[in-house]
Write a protein that binds this ligand. Structure first.
Ligand code: C2E
Ligand code: MG
Ligand code: MG
Ligand code: MG
Length: 290
């Protein structure tokens, strides 16, 4: 460890890099084992329609807790999986679990869609076949599956990507652009691909309250989406004030901690049932007929 400035600070820098590389390698090794032993779990977060507060879909989010390393965020392990090709197995497992869960959920969630994240790397393998298999095995109606892809997938624009997305869309599968506005999607791309929804990146939502510019940008993006016949979902909604702005700006759907945090399916189901019971209790009761 460094005692002084000068050469010492270089040693400190080297050591940090080394520690980072070691940590990464440790995570990759543990992840490989977790994938091999089916220890990646799926949590769900509600996506709610603003007009009537109905849960239209649940987004499937990968979760992993290593016995030694503890819980590790997908923001950390998904990029590592993408670099080590583990992403294909993880993606397949999440998709399968999500389709099977969605095919079975009923009660307060009956008919709701499931929204599954796909990594750009998955488009370089047989993604259409994998989706087809998940639909057949689960028995899920294709119209209840939404695939979330990032702008990167559209930008890597090979003829095969377009062909694959068209094939999935023709089957009835929905397509959403995740983290929209954070990357560089040109508007032309949105028309070229069979996209159904755009999910406005959380960074726009978190700026809504303080910045008139952000409000104008969000409003313009929502208008543009509607002109192109696309639905809009706002990500990362945390406050009532943000919700009110989004409602005023004409956003269709919202997702975020305010509406419900991601959790295991049984917890989400229980929360929806409680919400339905509360609605019932609040609704006016007809007087008994005599
Ligand atoms: P994403 O697809 O944009 O998912 C939304 C992320 O925002 C989730 O983080 C969710 O927990 C978080 N979030 C939701 N509401 C709020 C809010 O109100 N405030 C804040 N601060 N955050 C909120 P999570 O679960 O940590 O996932 C991070 C990213 O990892 C995802 O971003 C997605 O890109 C990726 N990911 C997760 N699961 C999978 C998967 O199965 N496959 C692939 N390819 N990527 C995945
Ligand atoms: Mg997503
Ligand atoms: Mg997102
Ligand atoms: Mg995001």
């Amino acid at each position: 460890c460094a005692k002084r400035d000068g050469p010492g600070s270089l040693r400190l820098f080297d050591r940090t890099l080394l520690e980072e590389a070691e940590r990464r390698w440790q995570i990759e090794r543990a992840l490989r084992l977790a994938v091999a032993t089916s220890r990646i779990e799926v949590h769900y977060q509600p996506i709610v329609r603003l007009a009537d507060r109905r849960v239209l879909a649940l987004e499937a989010l990968a979760r992993w807790t290593d016995p030694q390393l503890g819980p590790i965020s997908p923001a950390i392990f998904i990029p590592i999986a993408e670099e080590s090709s583990l992403i294909n197995q993880i993606g397949k497992a999440v998709l399968m679990q999500a389709c099977c869960d969605a095919a079975a959920w009923d009660g307060a969630l009956a008919g709701a869609c499931v929204s599954v994240n796909l990594s750009p790397a998955q488009f370089r393998s047989e993604i259409a076949t994998v989706v087809e298999q998940a639909l057949v095995i689960s028995g899920l109606d294709p119209s209840r599956l939404i695939l979330e892809i990032t702008e990167t997938v559209l930008m890597q624009d090979s003829g095969t990507t377009l062909q694959t997305l068209n094939q999935l869309s023709e089957k009835g599968v929905g397509l959403a652009i995740d983290d929209f506005g954070a990357g560089y999607t040109s508007l032309a791309y949105l028309k070229k691909f069979p996209v159904h929804k755009i999910k406005l990146d959380r960074s726009f939502v978190s700026d809504l309250e303080d910045s008139e510019d952000s409000r104008l940008i969000v409003e313009a993006m929502i208008r543009l989406a509607h002109v192109l016949g696309l639905q809009t979902v706002a990500e990362g909604v945390e406050t009532e004030a943000q919700l009110a702005f989004l409602e005023r700006l004409g956003c269709d759907e919202v997702q975020g901690y305010l509406l419900g945090r991601p959790g295991p399916l049984d917890r989400i189901l229980a929360a929806r049932l409680r919400a339905a019971a509360n609605d019932l209790a609040r609704s006016p009761v007809a007087p008994p007929v005599r």
